[in-house]
Design a protein around this ligand. Structure first.
Ligand code: ATP
Length: 163
């Protein structure tokens, strides 16, 4: 039983990856929750309310023993700490999946996306936060850290959910 925490900058492919490996109902996306609470998946002012709702639903799912995937950047330590705490409260294993994609690739992908017009500096900041985060993920409490660094590692990943 795991709480799977996706970690990666905008454009790294977290949503794409999550939907390739998990059922849509298992994935809690910060964008989707912003949409639910504020009618706009990009409304950053709705972030606190969106994560409140996301954590509540994640807690309900974990209490019921359901594998849950968090699709958010999670490049900041406090955001991850809340998720590790939630997993512990429900006695499940927090697992990190890091999509470590070059900054330039993420920026180029976002330039093609009509819904990601926030500028390259945002991805650059997230990339710096990600680099700082990498060496401490074990110590933060993640029981397994899957650090995927290349397109081949990302496209070749496979999951086995153990009963
Ligand atoms: P955000 O944090 O902004 O929501 P994200 O990390 O969830 O971004 P996705 O929405 O999955 O990223 O993907 C961003 C863009 O990159 C999409 O246009 C998607 O089609 C493309 N993409 C995702 N994964 C890959 C991949 N492995 N190879 C090429 N393009 C990809």
């Amino acid at each position: 039983m795991s709480l799977v925490v996706m970690i990666g900058t905008s454009g790294a492919g977290k949503t794409t990856f999550a939907h390739r490996h998990f059922a849509a109902t298992q994935i809690l996306s910060s964008d989707a929750f912003r949409g639910m609470v504020a009618d706009d998946a990009n409304d950053q002012s709705a972030t606190a309310a969106a994560f409140d709702a996301l954590h509540y639903i994640a807690g309900q799912r974990l209490a019921a023993g359901r594998v849950t995937v968090i699709d958010a950047t999670n490049v900041q330590r406090p955001a991850r700490a809340q998720l590790v705490r939630l997993a512990r409260e429900h006695d499940v294993l927090p697992v990190a999946i890091v999509l470590d994609v070059p900054e330039s690739v993420c920026i180029a992908r976002n330039e093609e996306r009509p819904d990601r017009q926030f500028g390259a500096h945002v991805v650059s900041r997230q990339h710096r936060e990600l680099r700082r985060s990498l060496k401490n993920l074990d110590r933060e409490g993640f029981r397994r850290v899957h650090h995927l660094r290349t397109p081949a590692e990302i496209s070749g990943a496979a999951f086995e959910v153990e009963p």
